[in-house]
Design a protein around this ligand. Structure first.
Ligand SMILES: *[C@@H]1O[C@H](CO)[C@@H](O)[C@H](O)[C@H]1NC(C)=O
Ligand SMILES: *[C@@H]1O[C@H](CO)[C@@H](O)[C@H](O)[C@H]1NC(C)=O
Ligand SMILES: *[C@@H]1O[C@H](CO)[C@@H](O)[C@H](O)[C@H]1NC(C)=O
Ligand SMILES: *[C@@H]1O[C@H](CO)[C@@H](O)[C@H](O)[C@H]1NC(C)=O
Ligand SMILES: *[C@@H]1O[C@H](CO)[C@@H](O)[C@H](O)[C@H]1NC(C)=O
Ligand SMILES: *[C@@H]1O[C@H](CO)[C@@H](O)[C@H](O)[C@H]1NC(C)=O
Ligand SMILES: *[C@@H]1O[C@H](CO)[C@@H](O)[C@H](O)[C@H]1NC(C)=O
Ligand SMILES: *[C@@H]1O[C@H](CO)[C@@H](O)[C@H](O)[C@H]1NC(C)=O
Ligand SMILES: *[C@@H]1O[C@H](CO)[C@@H](O)[C@H](O)[C@H]1NC(C)=O
Ligand SMILES: *[C@@H]1O[C@H](CO)[C@@H](O)[C@H](O)[C@H]1NC(C)=O
Ligand SMILES: *[C@@H]1O[C@H](CO)[C@@H](O)[C@H](O)[C@H]1NC(C)=O
Ligand SMILES: *[C@@H]1O[C@H](CO)[C@@H](O)[C@H](O)[C@H]1NC(C)=O
Ligand SMILES: [Zn+2]
Length: 707
């Protein structure tokens, strides 16, 4: 998962599915403060950075993007990954899980006009002579992972981006939903939640289309040629993807809360997957279907909802109430319980009770996957090569390095969640942090989201990387990041950091994406191919190289520095910001809530963090190794305190009480989620309970830091 996102400042990178939003004008990049150029590196840093070569990254990328590797297929590719890591000195293996997946057998869609004439969408992406992998005989059809097998035939309604607020607006406009098919636009909430919302309103099917309104200035309507002739979206581009209810439960839906082995008990899946059929379509296929609603119900402008009106020519984005046109949708899926393979590569550290995990998923919806996820996979091999070279000079990590190549991320973070569920006792005691790289590169602009304790090292490391930017070679990654966003995002969900974060492990997610004037990234489409990447996404693979160098230096400091580079105290100002936001939400609600207990718990945390910093300084200044170990372990452990065994209301998997994916967004985060969502839902009893729980969690974290 993961796409590119430039959302409002408060929200940062979300992986495997992020949306583009161009509200923030991009300023002219120039160095805003003293950052050494070229960056000053110590010999080990220099050796790691110099080990990176665009040519070998291109070789790894080529391998990953020339064979089908949808979840649960291509064990050869998993073994190949483990073998490369082994060549560079990692002891590697495959960890196998036995999970529920489903695959497309056949599907169809038909539009019937009132006069009886019929339009049949192709449901296919054009095969392009220029892009060899689009014609592979084992190309993956367009479909939704974990979608429901079934048929639906009915009138249909355009539901905007399919968020709860969109449905509320339709109800206010008097639009009948029950028994109809939903036609939804991609963008905004995770696609599975669009289907969930449609289902909860009694709708019987859901069709989701891509729209060029998400493409900034790079559209055919604005005179830009479409792929393969130019960087605009090919009109037949289809976004595949999972329709699991990601904000309820990630992982194998048949084994919620425990790992998937051959003899595992299997649960009913209806709590976290849809029971109405759905299909993804291109804007070309969507155009006549939307046009048949023109003039029926309320037009798009009058609906007056953010993100409602798109940019398909000749379409008014009307609700369609009263249109006699009908859709017939059929979606036949084959359910299977089958093996998936996580490749794992380890270099033991001197301190084996301190472990840093680096993860990237390997499975893709298509033969290619040049950006999602294999830009990250290519970078990870180059990272292994760099560390292999450094260990040959006699260097040994202080902490253990674990590399993971996850399978079945696309269906719902399955490989990483099952692995976490198997190794949780070890992870809870030993994990210092989890570093995620999913789409390493789909454009030129770096983007990072992380738990607060990782902000300082994440930003400091950016100053050590030369970042290629629009032809210039005189910028650091920090310069570009600072001028493009300058904000470390809050983690929501959409990629494999999720299950680690929600067990209280510090986590970061990183990638580089495109802005409003960059080539349109064909997310989850056949055109996310080696040809697209080397022609438009990252010609020369220079951004791959810079992104890989960044992850490598970040990992190096995490496993090498005597002082674990985590800053627990940064949770203080971050929680103050979230509290302010909560207070604002409260002010515009219709109830009252005493957030005093949370306010004072944060005060206790701030004091404990101050004590912790003083103790750590003492350990450093007196070179007291024993004391340093104590403070390193406090930094490793304190964030476990933010989790609650019972989790959030209706979704016990999500245990972190400071941030979580929004229940109705999936990707985008919500802060103090237990409280905020209860307030937004109008349940102030529940909100009060979560003020207590959240305050308690903050106190537990404070207690672990205290000296
Ligand atoms: C990089 O060089 C360009 C022109 O060559 C200049 O405009 C820009 O300010 C420089 N950037 C920095 C960060 O020095
Ligand atoms: C697995 O992936 C590799 C590398 O892309 C490819 O060469 C091979 O054909 C794939 N295997 C299958 C069965 O598709
Ligand atoms: C039926 O209606 C559609 C949509 O208005 C139109 O495009 C088509 O030409 C009509 N077919 C016939 C046979 O009139
Ligand atoms: C939408 O409807 C409003 C109110 O009926 C009307 O003023 C407006 O012109 C319509 N816009 C379009 C694009 O049809
Ligand atoms: C659209 O909605 C906003 C608030 O969501 C409101 O302020 C504005 O008046 C509405 N515009 C129209 C034309 O109804
Ligand atoms: C569902 O639709 C498909 C395609 O139109 C058809 O072949 C199949 O028989 C239908 N299944 C049921 C159960 O109606
Ligand atoms: C790493 O440490 C583990 C646990 O102590 C041990 O089982 C394993 O053999 C070690 N691996 C290597 C390559 O030394
Ligand atoms: C599109 O390009 C124009 C002209 O370069 C620019 O002013 C505008 O901000 C761009 N749009 C976006 C969304 O960036
Ligand atoms: C690697 O970078 C060099 C120098 O910019 C370039 O000439 C070459 O084409 C790149 N290699 C690949 C495989 O893109
Ligand atoms: C919340 O806002 C109110 C004013 O609306 C203010 O009096 C109060 O101090 C704020 N509380 C916190 C914890 O910020
Ligand atoms: C308060 O607001 C919530 C959500 O905004 C709504 O569901 C609820 O009905 C409202 N309650 C009252 C008493 O107005
Ligand atoms: C509000 O939450 C409480 C639990 O805290 C629950 O018992 C109650 O049913 C909820 N009320 C509504 C209207 O959902
Ligand atoms: Zn991904």
């Amino acid at each position: 998962m993961k796409s590119t996102l430039f959302l409002v400042a408060a929200i940062g990178a979300q992986a495997c599915q992020r949306e583009r939003n161009f509200e923030q004008p991009h300023r002219h990049t120039k160095r805003q403060e003293a950052v050494a150029f070229p960056p000053a590196l110590d010999p080990n840093e220099k050796a790691l950075v110099d080990s990176f070569a665009n040519t070998s990254i291109a070789t790894w990328s080529y391998y990953y993007t020339h064979g089908a590797h949808v979840a649960g297929t291509n064990k050869t590719m998993a073994q190949w990954t483990a073998d490369r890591w082994a060549e560079f000195g990692f002891s590697s293996r495959l960890d196998e899980y036995y999970v529920y997946l489903n695959y497309p057998v056949s599907n169809s869609l038909q539009l019937t006009y009132s006069n009886g004439s019929i339009f049949t969408p192709s449901l296919k992406e054009d095969v392009l002579a220029e892009d060899e992998t689009t014609s592979y005989p084992n190309s993956i059809p367009t479909f939704h992972g974990y979608s429901f097998s079934g048929n639906a035939s009915a009138e249909y309604v355009y539901v905007g981006r399919g968020q709860q607020v969109d449905f509320n607006r339709l109800l206010a406009l008097g639009v009948e939903l029950e028994g109809k098919i939903a036609l939804a636009k991609y963008g905004g909430p995770f696609r599975g939640l669009k289907v969930k919302n449609a289902q909860e309103h009694g709708m019987i099917g859901c069709v989701i289309f891509s729209d060029p309104s998400d493409d900034g200035n790079i559209t055919e309507a604005k005179g830009v040629a479409a792929y393969p002739n130019g960087p605009a979206r090919n009109p037949t581009t289809v976004q595949r993807g999972s329709v699991q209810f990601l904000s309820i439960y990630p992982g194998d839906p048949t084994t919620p809360g425990y790992t998937s082995k051959e003899d595992s008990l299997r649960a009913d899946i209806s709590h976290s997957t849809p029971h109405i059929p759905s299909l993804p379509i291109s804007w070309k296929d969507a155009q006549p279907i939307l046009q048949a609603l023109n003039g029926y119900g309320t037009n798009g402008t009058s609906v007056n909802r953010t993100g409602w009106v798109g940019a398909i020519p000749g379409v008014t984005y009307s609700t369609g109430q009263g249109s006699p046109a009908t859709l017939s949708l059929s979606n036949l899926m084959e359910p299977e319980i089958k093996w998936i393979w996580d490749a794992v590569g380890i270099i033991n550290g001197t301190n084996q009770d301190e472990v840093v995990i680096v993860g990237n998923h390997r499975d893709a919806w298509i033969v290619g996957g040049a950006a999602d996820p294999n830009s990250g996979s290519a970078v990870l091999i180059e990272l292994a090569k760099a560390f292999g070279g450094l260990t040959e000079t006699g260097w040994k990590p202080r902490r253990t390095i674990v590399l993971c190549s996850w399978d079945a991320e696309e269906y719902g973070l399955v490989g990483s969640t099952e692995w976490m569920e198997e190794y949780i006792p070890w992870l809870k005691t030993a994990a210092v942090s989890y570093l995620n790289i999913d789409i390493a590169v789909s454009g030129p602009i770096p983007d990072v989201a992380a738990s607060p304790d990782l902000h300082a090292i994440a930003i400091a490391t950016m100053k050590k990387i030369v970042w290629p930017y629009r032809g210039a070679t005189n910028y650091t990654m920090y310069d570009v990041w600072k001028s493009e966003s300058g904000h470390v995002g809050v983690l929501g969900s959409g990629s494999d950091y999720t299950s680690f974060l929600h067990r209280g492990i510090a986590a970061i997610d990183m990638g580089a994406g495109g802005g409003a004037n960059d080539p349109v990234y064909p997310y989850h489409s056949n055109y996310d191919s080696y040809h697209w990447m080397s022609t438009f996404g990252d010609p020369g693979f220079h951004t791959h190289k810079a992104m890989g160098q960044y992850l490598t230096l970040l990992l190096y400091h995490m496993v090498n520095d005597a002082v674990v580079p985590l800053e627990p105290s940064n949770y203080g100002p971050e929680m103050r910001t979230y509290l302010k936001a909560l207070n604002t939400t409260l002010a515009s609600s219709n109830g009252t809530l005493d957030i005093g207990p949370l306010d004072s718990a944060i005060g206790v945390f701030e004091a404990a963090a101050g004590q912790f910093n003083a103790l750590r300084s003492l350990a450093v200044n007196t070179s007291n190794a024993e004391l340093l170990t104590v403070t390193n372990h406090k930094a490793r452990d304190f964030s476990r305190g933010f989790t609650s065994q019972g989790g959030l209301p209706g979704r016990e998997f999500f245990q972190h009480l400071i941030f979580a994916p929004g229940m109705d967004t999936g990707y985008a985060p919500v802060t103090f989620p237990g409280i905020t969502e209860a307030v937004m839902g109008g349940n102030f009893t529940l909100a009060g309970e979560f003020v207590e729980k959240t305050a308690q969690a903050v106190l537990v974290a404070a207690g672990m830091l205290k000296t």
